[in-house]
Design a protein around this ligand. Sequence first.
Ligand SMILES: NC(=O)c1ccc[n+]([C@@H]2O[C@H](COP(=O)([O-])OP(=O)(O)OC[C@H]3O[C@@H](n4cnc5c(N)ncnc54)[C@H](OP(=O)(O)O)[C@@H]3O)[C@@H](O)[C@H]2O)c1
Length: 228
Amino acid sequence: VILAEPGCTGRINRVQTIGVFGGTGQQGRGLAARLSAAGQRVVLGSRDAARAVAVAERLGRGVRGADNAQCAREADVVIVAVPWAGHQELLTALRPELVGVIVVNCVNPLGFDDRGAYGLSVPEGSACEQAARLLPDSVVVGAFHHVSAELLLDASQSTVDIDVFVVGDDRAATDQVQALADSIPGMRGIYAGRLRTARHIEGLTANLIAINRRYTTRSGLRLTGGQW
Ligand SMILES: NC(=O)c1ccc[n+]([C@@H]2O[C@H](COP(=O)([O-])OP(=O)(O)OC[C@H]3O[C@@H](n4cnc5c(N)ncnc54)[C@H](OP(=O)(O)O)[C@@H]3O)[C@@H](O)[C@H]2O)c1
């Protein structure tokens, strides 16, 4: 299993194998569909290999399915797209399979009540920082927190016009994840800070959900003011 090429500071465009934990869910399927359409090899991971295989067959275009552990073993990069409630347990169990792997976390620790969504308090500071604590031998990068699964899965949209904030402490890994986001037409991967800032990005999703509810939309972020 590979990873970030040491010392790399440029964009990497080679075809990779992307694993997706929770690949049977909305966000996992959406990212898998867009990444495979962009030419990446994708392995959907699930707690139940048969479920992943069935979902992968429906997605087509060379997407395969496996249980989460096998998915981790085959992947260069793993995207974690499971609910916050299952985050700690899953990553703890798969720590050996994730040694040396770039782990891309898009998990938003959110609560919901009659006033809408709100950010949960996480002892480690954020889901990304919890992942980094649980996986000391992996490289954790935060990305794709604000990308709506509905938009990803909307086949009528040929592009996903959104900026993806990429946070992490390893330059080669954040470069690689930016390149992954860039491979999806319309999407731009933009470095947005160290892993300790992931809490702000995760929490901002509560505001996007409020916007979506008020305006019946699928909001995302687009930065102004520079060349990206
Ligand atoms: N939905 C969005 O628009 C969106 C946008 C940005 C970020 N996210 C983040 O992406 C993650 C997934 O969101 P989602 O809407 O796709 O969720 P989801 O559909 O509820 O769940 C995704 C998949 O996770 C697996 N799963 C469920 N509970 C689990 C547990 N306790 N342990 C391990 N795996 C479990 C299930 O797959 P198996 O049963 O096959 O294992 C499920 O299909 C969340 O953390 C969310 O914050 C979502």
